[in-house]
Design a protein around this ligand. Structure first.
Ligand code: CP
Ligand code: NVA
Length: 300
């Protein structure tokens, strides 16, 4: 069978994604029970980070260690990638040595190019366009707290960024309704909106969007690489802050998620993460379990 990659949520079928969520929950229980499980003994994950990371790096490294394997952290500063060695050549070389590669970079086309020339699975650990690993953790977190997300109303508040695009893909793959509330000029990818018009709605009014929501999600106003736009964005997004009072408009059982890192006083109020509806610490922890399920699946 040809090698499988995970560049977006569309690379796996809805059944496969559902399996990964259940497996992540199982792996979490096994870990809690102290049960040893080392399916990747002798295997190595190459981890290319062209942007900063806390959760992604720690969860992939710890996951590989728990699975009996190892990982190599590679930054452009210390590799030939940073000195202009073509992505194609790096992919050819690395994939002859490691068993899988995880990449966090800017242009989504870079992970596509890498995957085209890789003999081993390539995992997108965030690009300017998508963050599919985070969605695995988010879906696991919802299932753990509330059961199936199928048919639920999910509301994205804020920037139509990489996380938002991945939520659109998730709406399709996990079969939920998504409302995207974002200011004009910051919409998610038009091709994704067009392809999912049956389940994704774009609105400008946050309060109207959140009414009846089962899950409310937001993210930073300026993503990595957009640092100079911070001031302009802070102005454009002023009406897009998630707070406990905004959450009061949602369904009484609603949850709040944020992939983190968060900026209190910007996209969330200072007290949002202390609200019992916020499940962000479980969400962050689940990066570990969900990615272990993914690694096991891709490397089996
Ligand atoms: N949510 C997330 O990907 O966090 P890091 O940037 O810390 O990896
Ligand atoms: N949208 C954010 C997510 C960080 C995990 C960024 O790309 O910086």
């Amino acid at each position: 069978m040809s090698v499988r990659h995970f560049l977006t949520l569309l690379d796996l079928t809805p059944d496969e994604l559902g399996y990964l969520i259940q497996r992540a929950i199982e792996l979490k229980t096994m870990l809690r029970n102290g049960q040893r499980h080392e399916p990747l003994r002798g295997k190595t994950l190459g981890m290319i980070f062209e942007k900063a990371s806390t959760r992604t790096r720690v969860s992939f490294e710890v996951g590989m260690t728990q699975f009996g394997g190892s990982s190599i952290f590679l930054s452009p500063r210390d590799t030939q990638l940073g000195r202009g060695e073509p992505i194609e050549d790096s992919a050819r070389v690395m994939s002859r040595m490691v068993d899988a590669v995880m990449i966090r970079t800017f242009a989504h086309s870079a992970v596509e190019t890498f995957a085209q020339h890789s003999k081993v699975p390539v995992i997108n650990a965030l690009t300017d366009d998508y963050h599919p690993c985070q969605l695995l953790a988010d879906m696991q977190t919802f299932v753990e707290h509330r059961g199936s997300i199928q048919g639920k109303r999910v509301v994205w508040v804020g920037d139509g960024n990489n996380m938002c695009n991945s939520y659109i893909n998730a709406a399709r793959q996990f079969d939920f309704q998504l409302v995207v509330a974002c200011p004009e000029g910051f919409d998610p990818r038009a091709d994704l909106l067009a392809a999912n018009s049956d389940r994704v709605e774009l609105v400008r009014d946050t309060a109207a969007a959140v009414r009846g929501a089962h899950l409310v999600v937001t993210d930073v106003w300026a993503s990595m690489g957009q640092e100079e736009e911070q001031a302009r964005r802070a102005e454009a997004f002023a009406d897009y802050q998630v707070s406990p009072s905004l959450m009061d408009l949602a369904d009484p059982q609603a949850l709040f998620m944020h992939c983190l890192p968060a900026h209190r006083g910007e996209e969330i109020s200072h007290d949002m993460l202390d609200d019992p509806r916020a499940v962000v610490w479980d969400e962050a922890e689940n990066r570990l379990h969900a990615q272990k399920a993914l690694l096991e699946f891709l490397l089996r």
